[in-house]
Design a protein around this ligand. Structure first.
Ligand code: FPP
Ligand code: K
Ligand code: ZN
Length: 515
């Protein structure tokens, strides 16, 4: 189970090995607790703030400023003990010392929150872009992802990554296939996920030379072949059709400003002019499950990663306040997404009855800006002081999640505080570049308020322009319990790269005209 996240994320080419990847590889279900012992702990949970004997006194000493919500087991409990409830309790116990400001060797601010250890996290990501040790052979099908995670994370922390431009270009060049798209590594067939990661990496490093690497014509032909008659996209030719494909394809089409018509080779081609987008939002809508969340394909289990894919795909296809309520049952989605945020941990889980994990700071945390914008409607400007709380609350639904909770989980539980640096799933897990990227993306969502701006006059023949109408401002209210130096950059809510980079890539290809 350790590699599930990455397996499902990157499940791509049939040829490469997919085992033993670095992400989540320390994950293991521990079922060592004895029933009797557990019953006692449960009683303690009911009457006291924590099962940690040292906790009560130490809390007074060092964590009096941390609200009880983040320092105690939940007061209301379901008394049915299962393997899931046990590992949930263990996870809370694992997080509490970090959340309560009790962990030795860490300096906490007046809110009981440590600094973002930028220097070490930056060093950790730079390392991931150098020659890697032999165990990374298992990640050979994920090379564009390794670039994307490191580059997105570095630029989120304000690093200039243009020094990587030449290397990214020369490494991606042989990975692009003449039949369109990018594989996961040399000699591997093209895959939508690796193509998405490759394009975003090129967008981050930027520049004409990076953009010119992309063969748009073969990309369009390949996407036409992936397009299915039911509206969705296969991840690779003959591969699985899932909601990652809907999001990745939408991102690729808009960033490259591809024509929407289908080639004659497309299984979805019709004589009456079906396009790459025909029935795509309808297909996404079919993935909303009975719980209110989204599954990878219709009639499967809802998972946070797929909720982000669904919302972000729709936000490529249209304006959030119009397209989201048109295709999604918004109240049910909000209900399910809200259930993803746990206390005392403050972070998000990916699905019902599962554990918090730092990467869902983005997959779930990144849903909120899109949903909030869909409820706020198009932004008309400030009604309050620039960047002030009123500027947000007067015209907006405000925050639909606990920004404070997410920030606490990220800064207290997700940082590797040792020499290694990097960010992680939870304290018992090793940092890796995937979690570093998506934890930082979640931190960015929690630190900024995004607005969808009313349409400016786009050229009449331009399509898929909605994703270029987003702007953000820093949130400056009481939820921001860190020092200003720990604020990260604004990551675009649809493309998950620094604000401005996708806009630049799109403008370049729009200026190139047809294929
Ligand atoms: C379960 O992992 C994870 C999934 C079912 C989804 C994984 C997909 C992504 C992370 C994103 C894909 C998006 C793109 C754009 C390619 P698990 O069982 O290890 O974790 P859990 O217990 O937290 O559910
Ligand atoms: K996980
Ligand atoms: Zn994770």
């Amino acid at each position: 189970m350790a590699t599930d996240n990455l397996d499902s994320l990157l499940k791509s080419n049939p040829q490469p090995p997919q085992t033993g990847f670095i992400v989540d590889d320390t994950e293991a279900i521990s079922s060592s607790g004895e029933a009797g012992d557990f019953a006692n702990r449960e009683f303690v949970h009911r009457v006291g703030p924590s099962s940690y004997p040292a906790m009560m006194s130490a809390r007074i000493a060092s964590a009096s400023t941390v609200p009880d919500l983040f320092t105690t087991h939940p007061l209301l409990r379901d008394f049915l003990v299962t393997e899931s409830s046990q590992i949930q309790d263990e996870t809370v116990d694992e997080c509490l010392p970090f959340l309560s400001g009790l962990q030795q060797g860490i300096t906490f601010n007046e809110h009981g929150v440590p600094h973002l250890d930028r220097r070490r996290h930056i060093q950790f990501l730079h390392k991931g872009l150098r020659n890697l040790p032999s165990q990374f052979v298992a990640a050979d099908a994920s090379r564009p992802w390794m670039f994307y995670w490191a580059l997105a994370g570095l630029s989120a922390m304000g690093e200039d990554v243009s020094e990587y431009r030449e290397r990214i270009i020369s490494t991606l060049r042989p990975i692009q296939n003449p039949t369109g798209g990018f594989g996961g590594g040399n000699g591997q067939m093209s895959h939508l996920a690796s193509t998405y990661a490759a394009l975003l990496s090129l967008a981050i490093v930027g520049g004409k030379e990076a953009f010119n690497l992309v063969d748009r014509k073969s990309m369009w032909e390949w996407l036409s072949v992936l397009k299915q008659p039911d509206g969705g996209f296969q991840m690779s030719v003959g591969g699985e059709e899932d909601i990652r494909g809907a999001y990745c394809a939408a991102v690729i089409i808009t960033l490259l400003d591809l024509p929407l018509e289908l080639s004659r080779e497309s299984p979805a081609w019709t004589s009456n002019g079906a396009t790459l987008l025909t029935n795509l939002p309808e297909w996404v809508a079919k993935c909303q499950s009975f719980e209110g969340g989204f599954s990878g394909r219709p009639d499967a289990e809802a998972h946070g990663a797929y909720a982000f894919c669904a919302l972000a795909c729709l936000c490529v296809l249209g304006d959030p306040h119009i397209i989201i309520p048109k295709y999604i049952d918004v109240p049910r989605l909000i209900s399910w997404l809200s259930s993803r945020q746990y206390a005392p941990e403050g972070g998000f889980s990916g699905r019902t009855n599962k554990l918090v994990d730092g990467c869902y700071s983005h997959w779930v945390g990144g849903c909120w800006p899109l949903l909030e914008a869909s409820l706020d409607g198009p932004f008309q400007g400030h009604s309050g002081k620039e960047g002030s709380a009123e500027a947000i609350s007067n015209t907006s639904v405000g925050s639909l999640f606990s920004r404070e909770g997410l920030i606490r989980y990220i800064l207290c539980c997700c940082q590797d505080f040792g020499k290694r640096g990097g960010l992680r799933d939870k304290p018992s897990h090793m940092s890796d570049s995937y979690h570093t990227c998506y934890v930082l993306a979640g931190l960015s969502s929690a630190q900024h308020k995004w607005h969808f701006n009313a349409s400016t006059d786009n050229e009449p023949d331009s399509t898929l322009t909605s994703a270029y109408q987003w702007t953000a401002e820093p949130v400056l209210d009481d939820s921001q319990i860190y020092d200003e130096q720990d604020r990260v950059e604004m990551l675009h809510p649809v493309f998950v790269i620094c604000q401005g980079r996708a806009e630049e890539m799109r403008a370049y290809f729009a200026s190139q005209g047809g294929l």
